[in-house]
Design a protein around this ligand. Sequence first.
Ligand code: THU
Length: 128
Amino acid sequence: MTRENLKASALAMLDMAYCPYSHFPVGAALECEDGTVYTGCNIENGAYSACICAERTAIVKAVSEGKRRFRRIAVAARTKEYCVPCGECRQVMNEFSPNMEVICMNEAGEDMTLPLSALLPHGFNLPE
Ligand code: THU
């Protein structure tokens, strides 16, 4: 998938977000190293600690289908600022692909793109 199509998929997922508490929709599109793409949105819950971010929705969909190596993820919100992943999502990305690219988007579809290692320096991984 092209970079622009991946970004468009993340933006499209904003409409799937279930966010009745925060009213803050987030969309994500994750490209695996084999080229397959998994999308995600945030899914909130009345028990707030059960909320799941868009990025982790996409990642759990991919991992549950046997994909563990990721090339890049696009993340979108309806904000003027670029939407950057929370710390928990950065750690989950780091578990699978410490060198993946993170495309942080704003509502206009512009982006700030960084390697995960810049967003999460010295990320934790258990020794093998
Ligand atoms: N959220 C995401 O889905 N991804 C992020 O990168 C930041 C935050 C969600 C969690 C919650 O549903 C809402 O945005 C407000 O924090």
